[in-house]
Design a protein around this ligand. Structure first.
Ligand code: 5GP
Length: 206
């Protein structure tokens, strides 16, 4: 296997409730070589969530300090809470030639696109808005007001699909996972990612 230069920065985004967490979890269970970025948030932990595994849970003051210290690759305020991607782990991972996936909402994805245009941007789409609402309600963790607010945000988010490289419909988790794996494989075969290496090989032969 050829030595890779940098790993891929893969952004998996899309409306909340579309199943980004479930799809990411299923991908993780398959033990692919992909690493996962753990975000910081000021949201309170849901039942079963663990600090350092699901999120780094922070106070607003701590989070604002991280922003000020330049410790976040991107951050966004989403339904009253801050969410952000710690930059160090992302940089270390891709510099070590490993791929990393960021599961983030769309404002954050837009920011990453501006600072890291060579990233791979995947939009996870719901089969329908009704299905999306059913999933948020089914999770049973949100109040009616929050559900309505999230649905309004979700409709705006779907309009932003045009800024992504790929759209993966989450009709079935296993199928969505297979599509994402296929995208990652295809990205590794892209000419522009490999050409430098081949040019170097040819140079050595000369
Ligand atoms: P939840 O509160 O349901 O865990 O997440 C709410 C939304 O925030 C989801 O769409 C999730 O993908 C997004 N999110 C999680 N971590 C980050 C992050 O680091 N940055 C941004 N911009 N969004 C995030």
């Amino acid at each position: 296997m050829m030595k890779r230069e940098k790993g891929l920065l893969i952004v998996l985004s899309g409306p909340a409730g579309v199943g980004k967490g479930t799809v990411c979890g299923a991908l993780r269970n398959q033990n692919t070589a992909i690493e996962y970025s753990v975000s910081a948030t000021t949201r309170k932990p849901r039942e079963g969530e663990k600090h350092g595994v699901n999120y780094f849970f922070k106070t607003r003051e701590q989070f604002e300090q991280m922003i000020e210290d330049g410790k976040l690759l991107e951050w966004a305020e989403y339904v009253g809470n801050y969410y952000g991607t710690p930059i160090d782990y992302v940089q270390e991972t891709i510099n070590a030639g490993k791929d990393i996936i960021l599961e983030i909402e769309v404002q954050g994805a837009q920011k990453v696109r501006t600072v890291f245009p060579e990233g791979v941007f995947i939009f996870l789409a719901p089969p329908s808005l009704k299905e999306l609402r059913d999933r948020i309600v089914g999770r049973g963790t949100e109040t009616e007001d929050i559900i309505n607010e999230r649905m309004t945000v979700a409709k705006e988010e779907i309009d932003l699909m045009t800024m992504y490289d790929y759209v993966v419909e989450n009709d079935k988790v296993e199928w969505a996972v297979e599509r994402i794996k296929a995208i990652v494989t295809a990205e590794h075969c892209k000419r522009e990612r490999l050409i430098k290496k081949y040019k170097e090989l040819v140079e050595v032969e000369k």
